[in-house]
Structure formats: C-alpha cells, structure tokens
Design a protein around this ligand. Structure first.
Ligand SMILES: Cc1ncc(COP(=O)(O)O)c(CN[C@@H](CS)C(=O)O)c1O
Length: 393
C-alpha cells in the first residue's frame, strides 16, 4: 500500500537535493574543521556558504550570530538557561514570561528554572488560540521581566502569534524576546530584523533537512553564558565538534525552504491541499478544526471528531497507510487532554479527540484525495461502533 505522510510538524523527509549536497561530507570530506591540515580546512568554505544561507533565510544581519547546535531543544535550553545565569541569578530582573502553549522544550525548561526560584508568568491564549499583545502588556513588569519567550507558530494548531508586536512590548519594558520558530521556518516569512527578536531557535528536520542539527540566532551585541563548555568552536559560544554534514545540509534546506518561490508554493499549493482536506473535515457532523485557517501555518490542521478517541482514529489511518498524529509527537504517548485545547477552553471530551494533519511540499493532490476518502470512512465506522457517540449531542 502506498503510504501517505501527513506528520510533517513532527519531522520531515530530507529533500533529495539536500541529501545530495550533504553526502560528500558523510564520505570524503570528513575532516574536523578545527584541524589545521587540508582535511580540516577544505570544509571551511562550505561552512561559510551554509552560514550565508542561514543568515539569508531569516534575514539576519552580518553582526548577529547564528550558532549551529543539535536541535531547537538545545537552542531553547541555551537561551532560557543563559538568561537564568546572566539575569535571574545576577540582576534585579528575575521574571520570565512565556505562554501556556509552548512546546515542552520551552515549557519544561521554564518549569525547571521556576524550581530554582525564577518568577514565571504563563500567558493564557485568547479564545482564538493566540497570545495577545494586551495579555503581555498586563503581565510584563518594567525592568523586572528579563525575558519574554513566545513561540512564533504553535506545533499542534499551526496558529501564528504576533511576534513583532510582542517583541516591541518586551523591549519597551526592558526585557529581551525569544521565539521558538521551529514551526514557522519554511511556512511563513521569518525576518529577525523586521520583528526585532533577540533570540530565535530552529531545527533542520522541520524544513526538509536532517535530524540532529539546528540553529540559534542571537541578535548583535547580545551574549549569553553558553550551555556547553569545552572547545573553542563557534567562538566559544557552543563547544563541541561542529556537525559539518548537518550544517551544510541545513544551510541548503534553509535556502530551499525560505525562497520567495518556496513560500509562495507553501502558501498557495500546499495550502490548497490543506484547505481541501479541512473543508471535508468541516463538512462532517460534530467535528471542529481549531483556529482560524487565515491565522495558521498553511500546512496544519488540528481537528477534533466528537465520539472518536484520537488514538483510535490514528490507528485506523495508519492501517490505511496514512501517518498523522494526535498532537505533538513528544506528547503522543500522553493521554492528558491536549493543553492547547484546555488553554482554549475546549470541552474536555473533545480535547482527547484531537488529530493533527501536517502537510508538506512533497504531498500531492492524489494523496489528499485518498486521505479524504479514508477520513470519511474511518469517522463513519468509528462512530458506528462508538458506545458514547450520539449524532448532534
Ligand atoms: C515548536 C517546537 N519547538 C521545539 C521542538 C523540538 O524540536 P527538536 O528538533 O526535537 O529539538 C518542536 C518539535 N515538535 C515535534 C516533535 S515533539 C511535534 O511533533 O510537534 C516544536 O514543534
């Protein structure tokens, strides 16, 4: 059976063109870039090219830093623990503001910092599922709030937060602004100079690069105590031998994912596939799609099917060769109600029925046609055998 992959917010396939660029660095060009001999120096120009591609992809200024690391989880930890070391422990600014719907790479790290004595405010989401500037204005404490950390786009709903306005409010009150942009890169325009974010994190495997490599953007004239100590790689900002194959692949993946043509394709063709599937889901009885599609990343649907447990639905889809998820992969084992649903005060019974479909540029119209047929049949079958579902109740 042809399998259909609709879980791209969890991870994406490496673009075959990216793999071609990466392959030589997994074979002949294996040198350690810190080595002075030719095996080491011969990879420098490729690393510089990759950095140029990364800087261009997020419109970072030449004076800013992009640190190559292992993933967004590392980048988020670097920022949050760096703020703890440099502000919470060593200044009058002992307050961090975040949101109730961050990825665990942010929320669990902040929980840990709270256990160490950090004052934390977790902003609720609006009924539309967004973090509003007004909620930040109410919570921020001038010259006491050290950092505001709000994700650019939510991994489960795809909802996009107004990071430019939020960063402005942070700066007006003497705070720095971090955004986890994992779900934004390659889906919406990410411009760190226009939005004036101070720190931004991303992972290559979310935009058709390899797993195990990511980036941390640090605005010019800012420094943080590093998370890792050791060698002098990345000018001492991130110790450890650089993952050259991953870096080169991530640079090219960034170029391919953030070009004007790519973003246009994502927001026109991929979105048209998403909207077609979403329209069918909306046509089914007792289903809801979370969030206004015009305020979401173009590839994501988080839908709830009353009377159908998310896991049962996923199993049915998987039996038909279709890969989706009940929310983030990190919480796929967790039967707790989806915090996004709870934060948006969506009925508890619906909160357990969320299914996330996340498309990519590699999906086709024929695939979505088949997904639509399977979804309609699965919902009908699962409700027929449901002991609790009564239409319209
Ligand atoms: C917003 C956001 N922030 C951080 C991460 C972590 O990425 P890593 O490359 O694993 O470090 C993710 C990865 N979210 C996947 C796996 S849990 C999902 O299914 O939603 C993310 O979506």
């Amino acid at each position: 059976m042809e399998r259909i992959y609709l879980d791209n917010n969890a991870t994406t396939m490496i673009d075959p063109e990216v793999f071609k660029v990466m392959e030589p660095f997994l074979k002949d060009k294996f040198g350690n870039p810190n080595s002075l001999h030719s095996f080491g120096t011969e990879v420098h120009k490729d690393m510089i090219k990759a950095l140029d591609q990364l800087y261009a992809g997020i419109n970072a200024s030449d004076e800013s830093d992009i640190i190559i690391n292992s993933c967004a989880t590392e980048g988020n930890n670097t920022v949050l623990k760096g703020i703890y070391f440099d502000f919470i422990q060593n200044s009058d600014k002992k307050h961090i503001i975040t949101s109730q719907i961050e990825h665990p790479a942010v929320s669990h790290t902040i929980n840990f910092l709270e256990s160490l004595g950090t004052k934390v405010t977790r902003l609720p989401v609006s009924p539309e599922g967004l973090i509003t500037p007004d909620s930040l204005k109410e919570a921020i404490i001038k010259d006491e709030t050290a950092l505001v950390s709000i994700m650019w786009a939510n991994n489960e709903t795809g909802l996009i937060n107004p990071v430019k306005e939020l960063a402005k409010i942070a700066h007006e009150n003497g705070a720095l602004f971090h955004t986890d942009a994992v779900q934004a890169i390659g889906k919406v325009k990410v411009d760190v100079q226009d939005t004036e974010v101070d720190f931004l994190t991303f992972s290559a495997h979310k935009f058709h690069g390899p797993k195990g490599v990511g980036g941390l953007y640090i605005r010019e004239n800012l420094e943080l105590t590093p998370l890792f100590h050791g060698g002098e790689q990345m000018a001492g900002k991130r110790a450890g031998t650089v993952n050259v194959p991953g870096m080169v692949a991530m640079g090219y993946a960034m170029e391919l994912a953030t070009s004007t043509e790519a973003l246009e394709y994502e927001n026109k063709f991929v979105r048209s596939l998403r909207d077609r599937l979403e329209d069918v889901i909306n046509s089914l009885d007792d289903t809801i799609v979370i969030g206004d599609r015009n305020y979401r990343t173009p590839n994501t649907i988080l839908a709830s099917f009353k009377g159908i447990e998310g896991e049962s639905f996923l199993w049915d889809l998987n039996q038909n060769g279709i890969a989706a998820s009940t929310g983030s992969a990190c919480s796929s084992e967790d039967l707790e109600a989806d915090p996004t649903f709870v934060a948006m005060s969506i009925d508890a019974d619906l909160a357990h029925t969320g299914v996330r479909f996340s498309l990519s540029r590699f999906n086709t119209e024929d695939e979505i046609d088949r997904v639509i047929e399977v979804v309609k049949k699965s919902v009908k079958r699962l409700r027929e055998i449901s002991s609790t579902y009564v239409k319209g109740e």
